[in-house]
Design a protein around this ligand. Structure first.
Ligand SMILES: NC(=O)c1ccc[n+]([C@@H]2O[C@H](COP(=O)([O-])OP(=O)(O)OC[C@H]3O[C@@H](n4cnc5c(N)ncnc54)[C@H](OP(=O)(O)O)[C@@H]3O)[C@@H](O)[C@H]2O)c1
Length: 430
């Protein structure tokens, strides 16, 4: 049994913003509990910020610094908690810290989705811990389950609602019958959406989290660039209404699965049957639905962002590193990308689809459209005609599973028909 040592473990915090400030408060609150739970105290010895002269509520001035070398060269500091964000400086500091034998906890999804492989390699080479539970879905435990609890299984698919902003907007559009712009405005007023919402509503934030999860379960390098991204800005009230009448809800999801020897990694709106477990995840909540060969199905749900929920996940990681330090078993759990699996282009994926189109309201139109679909190997599962106004009818199709490239070609051909005024939307169906 290794000797248990360390009365106090010293850490440095990089960043004192939303999450860093929350973490500092949580450490203070849990100060007396931590020694009982872990066997030693946690001391945040330094806090790196851009402007160390600016007073920070609740943070002792003496720990503030704007000098990274003070942290890097401090032999007492064994854990670096990176909560500054960004991909350049954060990456340099994390690599420096690992090379200096310091363990790292980070919530930086942008960085791991882009440079994860390099950072994980540095952790392995230095036999250091790198923990990042908060980088995917904030307070929801998903990284540790995927890397540890499910390590003995083959995960076949992950489908996750991993962006609270878009889930909130879609919930408001569905339940309060709002337009996209009305729902976005409310989300901004409530602090769920940034003033520039692009990263959320265009699916970029979800793509970062999906890339991290995909590489953990398929043990191959999947980056942000590899993920197909489509956001929610094209979803109209008519899509919500008609899909609801057909028994579906629209959610923005990240999906990763292995098909035909390739990794699918994509973020886009999807129609889920109302009884699917993810369909009931409302407002700003996140949830991740996992399927495994042996485990069957599991769902993880909770708060995907916010100061204290995210800080809770970060502190859980820090305490885990402290346990490893005390027991002399750091570097135990590593990201192992031992495979080299290609990522499948979206054109090659197979899906069911919902098509909403505006067509001329006269006999024979349906037959013309059905012919074009058939010519492009696209089968119809369901068709219905909805509102008709001034000679224009809303026509809805549910399409049988087909390769995306065939669907794209079919839409192109349908747009060429005189009777088709517009293809208002095409949404994948789960
Ligand atoms: N917010 C969330 O709900 C959430 C959820 C999950 C994950 N995350 C991740 O957590 C990380 C932090 O997010 P956040 O929302 O807390 O960010 P934030 O509020 O913008 O805080 C960033 C902090 O880092 C410091 N900082 C930035 N650049 C620096 C530099 N060059 N040198 C020194 N200090 C620097 C800032 O210092 P100053 O105060 O001096 O400007 C600030 O204290 C990001 O990677 C984010 O993706 C956030």
């Amino acid at each position: 049994m290794p000797e248990k040592k360390n009365e106090v473990i010293h850490a440095a915090l990089l960043g004192a913003g939303t999450v860093g400030g929350g973490l500092y408060r949580l450490v203070k609150k849990m100060k007396k509990e931590i020694p009982h739970r872990i066997g030693c105290e946690l001391d945040i010895k330094k806090v790196l910020v851009r402007d160390a002269s600016k007073p920070r509520k609740g943070i002792d001035e003496s720990v503030l610094t704007d000098n990274w070398d003070e942290i890097l060269n401090d032999k007492d500091i064994q854990i670096v908690i990176e909560l500054m964000g960004g991909t350049s400086l954060a990456k340099a500091h994390i690599i420096d810290a690992l090379n200096a034998g310091k363990h790292v906890v980070t919530a930086n999804k942008d960085l791991l989705a882009q440079h994860g492989e390099e950072i994980f390699a540095a952790a392995r080479e230095n036999n250091c811990d790198i923990q990042f539970e908060a980088a995917v879905a904030g307070a929801i435990p998903i990284i540790r389950p995927l890397m540890q609890n499910m390590a003995g299984d083959n995960i076949t698919e992950i489908m996750g609602i991993v962006n609270g902003t878009t889930n909130y907007i879609l919930t408001m559009m569905t339940e309060e019958k709002m337009s996209y712009s009305e729902a976005l405005k409310i989300a901004q007023e409530k602090g769920y959406a940034e003033s520039d919402p692009a990263s959320d509503v265009e699916g970029l934030d979800a793509a970062r989290k999906l890339a991290i999860m995909a590489q953990l379960i398929y043990h191959t390098n999947v980056t942000f660039e590899d993920v197909y991204k489509e956001g929610i800005t094209a979803i109209m009230p008519d899509d919500i209404r008609y899909t609801g009448e057909l028994g579906y809800v629209i959610k923005l999801v990240g999906i990763t699965k292995l098909t035909e020897g390739k990794v699918e990694a994509r973020v886009h709106p999807i129609m889920l049957k109302k009884d699917h477990p993810l369909a009931s995840v409302r407002k700003s909540f996140n949830a991740i639905f996992v399927k495994g060969e042996a485990m069957d199905e599991a769902m993880f749900m909770g708060r995907g962002a916010g100061s204290m929920p995210t800080a809770s996940a970060v502190l859980g990681d820090v305490l885990d590193v402290m346990r490893n330090i005390r027991m002399g078993c750091c570097g135990r759990v590593q990201v192992e990308n031992y495979r080299d699996i290609p990522v499948k282009p979206i054109d090659e994926t197979k899906n069911n689809y919902f098509i909403r189109m505006k067509v001329e309201d006269r006999p024979g139109v349906l037959a013309e459209i059905a012919n074009v679909l058939g010519d492009n190997k696209v089968g119809i599962a369901n068709v219905s005609q909805k509102d008709t106004r001034d000679g224009v009818a809303d026509l809805l199709f549910i399409i049988e599973e087909v390769k995306e490239s065939h669907m794209v070609e079919a839409c192109c051909a349908m747009r060429g028909l005189d009777c088709v005024y517009s293809i208002a939307n095409v949404i994948r169906v789960y």
